[in-house]
Design a protein. Sequence first.
Length: 413
Amino acid sequence: MLPISIIILLIVFLLIAIRQIGNIRLQIWQIMLFGALSVLITKQITFSEALKSINLDVILFLFGMFVIGQALEESGYLSYLSYKLLKKSKSINTLLFSLLFGFGILSAFLMNDTIAIIGTPVVLMLAKKHNVNFKMLLLALAFSITIGSVMSPIGNPQNLLIAINSNMTNPFLTFFKYLLLPTLINLFLTFLVLKLFYKEDFKRKIIHTEEKINDKELSYLSKISLILIAVLILIKIIIVSLKLPFNFELTYIALISMLPILLFSKKRFNVIKKIDWHTLIFFVAMFVLMQSVWNSGFFQEIITNISLNLLSIPLIFIISVVLSQFLSNVPLVALYSPLLINLGAGTKEMIALAIGSTIAGNLLILGAASNIIIIQNTEKKTNQTIKFLEFAKIGIPLTIINLIIYWMFLVLI
């Protein structure tokens, strides 16, 4: 018989897929909160365990980035910056291409969740302004930041965990060696896949009009915050590359960078009020539910009882992609990476784990936290969404293509 926490997880998964019960339209954060409360009520996890399970670093990181993202949007600087960067894109082709590669490359250094927060209002603004299918641009954002984050040890939390646990001598060079070229190829193939599914949306030209800044003071402070993010990311890269004995958490980047806005802006309380609190609730609830699932030992038993070669790259892909949908990619890596290391995994096997656990985000909505951020933010701003099957219809074939490309390069190198 399945453990109660696994049954609750499957119900949550099903509810997120359908999102509708009679006339009631459910939001993802409400469903996840139901899951967390259910495991608490059924005593699958104690209250003290639930509190300990909440990763405060992730919550604080998201909070800081939400503050910066809201200030960028409210000041008008985000729209202004988008115009400056994209004004030469005169067609849907060039706009989509620019967004895919721009967001993809940025996510490798600024982390995929960061780009999800900042990128969502950008693509929604572009979709409305140019009458472009908003779903196509949102999917481009989701897929590009998932793929782009693969190629860097700081592109996402699970990559950083792999880089640290496997004792890579120079994680940036190692990741770039194996993943830079296939990642760029996969970004281009994503462009072709989206063009295939949305071919009717490529028939018109677009005209950019200059965006004006609404609030000069808030815009100036937001600009300082962006500069701080870039500088602190560079410091993080130096610390990781040189293996300096200083633990510079990603959380510090977000919290330090938001300080100009919170300390000096007259609109600080208005900015805080408008940030995406629902997504923060989602993550708190997710940590509780996933800890309960972890405590059940259900998935750990499945992995340890597999009578196959766990060091096989295709099997690493399959296990990490599938289980990331249920466990989330960071807990999956925390579980799977020590097992691989104990079995004598080399660099290729650990890179394969980074690929599978990250590209899992392209398969289904729940495969990546960045997907949730994008969808929650979209629903908050527009009351529109991307449905579970709409995402999967494109995400499943794209994930297969992505994995084939990465597998070919791992075999060749």
